[in-house]
Design a protein around this ligand. Structure first.
Ligand SMILES: [Zn+2]
Length: 428
C-alpha cells in the first residue's frame, strides 16, 4: 500500500451529507441483509436495468418473502448494473458488513441466517464512527427543527431543511409548530423565519435545500409586494401557478440565506443529478443558475453539492470565481466515480484547494454510508495517485491535499466545534 493510500484510509473523514434514519427507526428495523444492502440508490439502476418496480420494492420489505426469493426476482437486473457506482457500493456492503463475496440467493440466505434478531442500541454510531472511521456526520432529516441526537450528540450533527420554503410551500401549521409564530401575512412569515433561526441555528451545522428536485435553481430578488400576493393566495390553500411559486420560493430562500449568514451557518444547495429514475428535468439543476444568488450574498457561504453532476466544470467555474462558493462531492462518487475523479483533478488545477469537500454518503442506513465512504476513499486515492503519476503533485503534496479535502476544509467552513459546544450546553 502506498503512503497516500494508507493516509486516506486512516484519516477520519468528515461526512457532510446523510439522510440517516434516527436511532429509534434503526432499532425498529429487523436486521435484513437485502434492506441493508439495497436501500441506497441502486433501486433506480435496477429499474432502469429492467427490474419490476414491485420486485425492487420488496427488497426493502423483510416480511414480503425470504431473502433468496426477493433477490432472485431482481437478479437479472442486478447483473446489468453491478458495475455502476451504486452497484459497487452494494458489493462493498455485502463484503464489509456480511462477508458475502458474490451476491446469489444462496450466499444471501446464508448471511441472513447468521444475523442477530435485533439491532443493538449504539450500533448505528459504532458502525459509522468505528468501522467507517467517520469524524462526524451531517444529517438532513428533511425537517426544520433540529435538536440534539441523544445517541451521539457530538457525532450526529443536523441541517435545518429549507427545501419546502425555497419551493414556495408555506405550511402555516408546521411553521407555527417550529417557530411559535402564527403566519398570517408577509410580516409574520418574516417573524416566523427569524424565530426559527433563533431557536435552531445554534444547534444546527448548516441550512440545506434540495429545491432543485421541485423547481429550477434560477433565482432572482423578489419584491415584498409580489411575495405577499402569492402568500395571501397560498395560505387559505389555493394552488400557486409556477411563477407565483417561484416568486415566493425565491423570497423565502433569500430570507433563509440572510439569517444563515447572520448565524454563521453555511447554506447547502443540491445541484445536478436527481435521485430516482424517469423523472429528472436536467435543466433545472444547473449550478450556474445560482449565479445571481451567489452574487447577491457575498458574505454567505454556499456549499454546492454532488459535484453539480453532470455539470462539474460549471461548478468548478463557480468555485473559482466566487469566494463564497464551496464544492461538495457528497453522493458524487456513487453516481459516477470516474467523472468525480476527473472533477477532483480539474479542481486542483483550477480553484483554490480550500473549497473542496470529499464526502457525504446521502443514505438512510449506516452500513451503506460506510460502503460509500470506502468507495470515496478508494476513488480519491486513485485521483490523487494519477496526479502523482502524471508528475503534477509529489506524494507529500497529494497527502496534504487529501487531509484538506477529507476534513480540514470542512472544519474551516462549518463551525463544528461551536455547534458541538451548543449541543453540549443543551444536553448538560
Ligand atoms: Zn441528499
Amino acid at each position: 500500500m502506498t503512503d497516500l493510500a494508507h493516509h486516506i484510509r486512516e484519516t477520519p473523514l468528515v461526512d457532510s451529507h446523510e439522510h440517516l434514519a434516527s436511532e429509534a427507526r434503526f432499532l425498529e428495523q429487523p436486521p435484513d441483509v437485502l434492506q441493508q444492502m439495497f436501500d441506497g440508490y441502486i433501486d433506480a439502476d435496477l429499474i432502469v436495468a429492467g427490474a419490476d418496480p414491485k420486485a425492487v420494492e420488496r427488497l426493502h420489505e423483510p416480511a414480503a418473502a425470504d431473502v433468496a426469493a426477493r433477490f432472485a426476482a431482481v437478479r437479472d437486473a442486478w447483473e446489468r448494473c453491478r458495475h455502476t457506482g451504486y452497484g459497487e457500493a452494494v458489493r462493498l456492503v455485502a463484503q464489509q458488513a456480511f462477508g458475502i463475496d458474490e451476491l446469489a440467493p444462496e450466499s444471501l440466505a446464508a448471511a441472513q441466517s447468521r444475523l442477530p434478531s435485533a439491532h443493538q442500541p449504539g450500533e448505528r454510531l459504532r458502525i459509522l464512527r468505528d468501522r467507517g472511521n467517520l469524524d462526524h456526520v451531517q444529517i438532513d432529516h428533511e425537517t426544520i427543527p433540529c435538536d440534539a441526537d441523544p445517541s451521539g450528540p457530538e457525532f450526529f450533527l443536523q441541517d435545518i431543511s429549507w427545501a419546502a420554503l425555497a419551493n414556495g410551500e408555506v405550511d402555516a401549521e408546521a411553521l407555527h409548530t417550529c417557530s411559535g409564530v402564527g403566519v398570517k401575512d408577509l410580516a409574520t412569515l418574516r417573524t416566523a423565519i427569524e424565530a426559527i433561526f433563533d431557536r435552531y441555528a445554534p444547534k444546527a451545522i448548516a441550512v440545506k435545500s434540495q429545491h432543485a428536485y421541485l423547481r429550477t435553481l434560477a433565482w432572482q430578488p423578489r419584491d415584498d409586494a409580489d411575495a405577499e400576493r402569492a402568500l395571501h393566495k397560498t395560505l387559505p390553500g389555493a394552488k400557486l401557478d409556477e411563477s407565483e411559486r417561484l416568486c415566493l420560493g425565491d423570497w423565502c430562500l433569500a430570507r433563509g440565506v440572510e439569517h444563515a449568514t447572520h448565524h454563521n451557518l453555511p447554506i447547502k444547495i443540491h445541484t445536478g443529478y436527481h435521485a430516482g429514475q424517469g423523472s429528472m428535468i436536467m435543466e433545472w439543476t444547473r449550478p450556474g443558475h445560482l449565479s445571481s444568488l451567489l452574487k447577491a450574498y457575498p458574505q454567505a457561504r454556499f456549499v454546492l453539492m454532488h459535484a453539480g453532476y453532470p455539470y462539474g466544470p460549471e461548478l468548478i467555474a463557480l468555485a473559482k470565481h466566487f469566494p463564497n462558493v464551496f464544492a461538495d462531492l457528497c453522493w458524487a462518487w456513487a453516481i459516477d466515480p470516474f467523472s468525480t475523479c476527473e472533477f477532483v483533478r480539474r479542481f486542483i488545477h483550477a480553484a483554490p484547494y480550500h473549497k473542496l469537500f470529499a464526502f457525504g454518503g446521502d443514505t438512510p442506513w449506516p452500513h451503506i454510508a460506510v460502503a460509500y465512504a470506502t468507495q470515496a476513499r478508494h476513488w480519491l486515492t486513485r485521483a490523487l495517485q494519477a496526479e502523482i503519476d502524471d508528475g503534477h503533485l509529489t506524494e507529500p503534496e497529494a497527502i496534504r491535499l487529501a487531509t484538506r479535502f477529507m476534513r480540514e476544509n470542512q472544519y474551516d467552513c462549518f463551525d463544528v466545534e461551536g455547534t458541538r459546544a451548543a449541543l453540549r450546553d443543551v444536553a448538560g
